[in-house]
Design a protein around this ligand. Structure first.
Ligand SMILES: [Zn+2]
Length: 87
């Protein structure tokens, strides 16, 4: 399934992510990975199965998240979520 969510709010962040040149993550939606990371970061979740998370993501063929690294997206989202959790 291809992701058809509206990720327009985080396009600037997507621009900043590295491209995934051909791992399992290449076709996964990096913006959804960011959103999941952000939620986990806000909760400061400590048990994280990144493989399962990435496998559960939808595919992306659109906008800035196309071919971006979902690993980096998740990590950046997690970081931003932790920062916001202290506000
Ligand atoms: Zn998505």
């Amino acid at each position: 399934m291809a992701c058809n969510k509206n990720h327009s709010k985080i396009q600037d962040i997507m621009e900043s992510l590295p491209a995934d040149q051909g791992g399992i993550g290449r076709h996964k939606c990096a913006a959804c990975a960011y959103d999941q990371g952000y939620k986990d970061g806000q909760m400061r979740k400590e048990k994280i199965d990144l493989e399962a998370i990435l496998n559960s993501l939808e595919e992306s063929q659109a906008q800035g998240q196309r071919h971006k690294s979902p690993h980096a997206g998740y990590a950046k989202g997690y970081y931003d979520g932790v920062v916001d959790s202290y506000k």
